[in-house]
Design a protein around this ligand. Structure first.
Ligand SMILES: Nc1ncnc2c1ncn2[C@@H]1O[C@H](COP(=O)(O)OP(=O)(O)OP(=O)(O)O)[C@@H](O)[C@H]1O
Length: 394
C-alpha cells in the first residue's frame, strides 16, 4: 500500500515534492483473510454444536416437543443438570414439570443415583417431618421398631424432587431450609445428624413469589430453591407441540394394544385449536379415551367432545355473519348428542334416561336415531352420521 503526501513551498501553493510511503501489507491482507476463514469456521462449529445439542435432546425421546420455547427450556435444563444447584420448576398443572425433573436427573452426573419424588400435597402435615427426614427407633408411638430413613436419606447420592412445594407447611419449611443449608439431616429422635449429598429440585403450579408476598412461603427458602428458575409454558402457548404429542400418545397406545388407529386431519386441527386447561395431561387422557371408545380405525371430528369442537368453531372468526346461526345450531346438536350419551351411560335404559332428562321415551328414541346412537348409548358411525356432524359453513 502506498500513501503519498505533497510538500508545498512557502507560499503553500506550489508543490515542491511528494513523500511516498510504501508498505507491504500482504501480511495484513493474509491476516484479514485468516480472520474471515476463522469466522466462517466458527459459524460452522456453532451450527454443528446446535445440531448436536438438538440431537442430544431428541435422544431423550420421552420429552416430545416441536416448539422453540421447549427446545430453549430443555437446553437450559440440560446445562443446569451438570451442576448441583437447586432448580425451581414452575408451570400450570399437567405441563410436564415432573417429566422435566426426571430429565434433569437423567442428564446429570447423578443419573445412576436414586431419584426420589415427594408429593408435598399428599403428605398429612403431622407426618411431614418423619416422611422427609425419617425417625429413630421408638421415637414416637406407632413408629417402626427399627426406625426409618426419610426421603432425603433415600435420595442420598441422587436427586430429590419436592413436588407441589407450595403446599409445604411453614413449620416444615424452616426445617427444610436447615437441611438445605447444612446439607445434613436429623432423623426424629436422633442425637446426631446424617450427612447428605442430595441434589434438590422443586416444582409447583403456584406462583411461589406471590406466595412469599402473601406470607405463605418463607422468602429465604424461596431464594434457596430458586437458584435456577425454569418455567414450562402452558400447551396453549405452544400449539405446534400439540400434533407431535397426539401422534406420540396414539403411537404408544397403538404399539401397546397392537392396533393401527389414526387421527383425521380435521380432528387434529380441532385439537390444535383447543385451549387445554389441563395441558399435556388432559391431552394424554383424551387420546386414551378416544382410543378406548373408537371401534373403527380413525379418530374423527365426530368422536371429539363437544367443548373442543365448540372452541374450534367459535375460533373461526372469519366466517360470514350469515353462518353464525348455523354454528349455534351445529353446536347445540353436538352438545345434545353428548348429553344423550352421558344420560345413557348413567341410566342404561331408554325409560330411565328419558325420565332423568325430563322428556318422553319416544322423544329420546327419536333423538337417538337422529344422532345415530344405539340404545346402549353407542355412537354408530354411519356415512349419514359423519355427514350430519360436519359443519356446513361454506
Ligand atoms: N413434552 C411432553 N412429552 C411427552 N409427555 C409429556 C410431556 N409433557 C407432559 N407429558 C406427560 O403429561 C403428563 C403430565 O405431566 P407431569 O406429571 O410431568 O405434569 P406436572 O406439570 O408435574 O403436573 P402437576 O402439576 O399436576 O403435578 C405425564 O404423563 C407426562 O408424561
Amino acid at each position: 500500500m502506498t500513501t503519498a503526501n505533497p510538500i508545498y513551498d512557502e507560499d503553500e501553493k506550489t508543490i515542491v515534492g511528494v513523500i511516498c510511503n510504501t508498505r507491504d501489507i500482504s501480511g495484513l491482507i493474509n491476516l484479514r483473510n485468516e480472520l474471515e476463514a476463522t469466522k466462517t469456521l466458527l459459524q460452522k462449529y456453532s451450527n454443528e454444536l446446535k445440531q448436536l445439542r438438538r440431537q442430544h435432546l431428541q435422544q431423550y425421546e420421552d420429552f416430545i416437543y416441536k416448539s422453540k420455547a421447549i427446545e430453549d427450556m430443555l437446553q437450559l435444563a440440560s446445562k443446569a443438570a451438570q451442576f448441583d444447584s437447586s432448580v425451581l420448576i414452575q408451570g400450570e398443572s399437567g405441563v410436564g414439570k415432573e417429566l422435566l425433573a426426571k430429565f434433569i436427573h437423567q442428564q446429570s452426573p447423578r443419573a445412576k443415583g436414586p431419584y426420589i419424588r415427594v408429593n408435598c400435597a399428599a403428605i398429612p402435615a403431622e407426618l411431614f417431618e418423619s416422611e422427609l427426614f425419617g425417625y429413630e427407633q421408638g421415637s414416637f408411638t406407632g413408629a417402626s421398631q427399627n426406625g426409618k430413613p426419610g426421603m432425603f436419606e433415600l435420595a442420598n447420592g441422587g436427586t430429590i424432587l419436592l413436588d407441589e412445594i407450595g403446599e409445604l407447611p411453614l413449620t416444615v419449611q424452616s426445617k427444610l431450609l436447615r437441611v438445605l443449608q447444612e446439607k445434613e439431616v436429623f432423623r426424629l429422635g436422633a442425637q446426631k445428624a446424617t450427612k447428605l449429598n442430595v441434589r434438590v429440585l422443586a416444582a409447583t403450579n403456584k406462583n411461589l413469589a406471590l406466595e412469599v408476598k402473601k406470607g405463605n412461603f418463607r422468602e429465604d427458602l424461596f431464594f434457596r430453591l430458586n437458584v435456577v428458575p425454569i418455567t414450562i409454558p402452558p400447551l396453549r402457548e405452544r400449539s405446534e407441540d400439540i400434533p407431535e404429542l397426539i401422534r406420540y400418545f396414539l403411537e404408544k397406545l397403538n404399539k401397546r394394544y397392537k392396533k393401527n388407529l389414526f387421527i383425521s386431519l380435521e380432528a387434529m386441527e380441532i385439537m390444535a385449536d383447543y385451549s387445554w386447561p389441563g395441558n399435556v395431561r388432559e391431552l394424554e387422557n383424551l387420546i386414551e379415551y378416544l382410543f378406548i371408545i373408537n371401534t373403527g380405525d380413525e379418530i374423527g371430528m365426530e368422536d371429539l367432545p363437544a367443548k373442543l369442537v365448540a372452541d374450534h368453531v367459535l375460533s373461526e372468526h372469519n366466517l360470514p355473519e350469515a353462518e353464525q346461526t348455523g354454528k349455534l345450531n351445529y353446536l347445540l346438536e353436538r352438545f345434545e348428542k353428548d348429553i344423550l350419551l352421558s344420560a345413557l351411560k348413567i341410566h342404561p335404559s331408554i325409560r330411565k334416561a328419558a325420565a332423568a332428562l325430563g322428556i318422553n321415551p319416544s322423544t329420546l328414541s327419536r333423538k337417538l336415531k337422529k344422532h345415530n346412537i344405539d340404545q346402549q348409548g353407542k355412537s354408530l358411525k354411519s356415512e349419514g352420521s359423519a355427514g350430519k356432524n360436519k359443519l356446513e359453513v361454506s
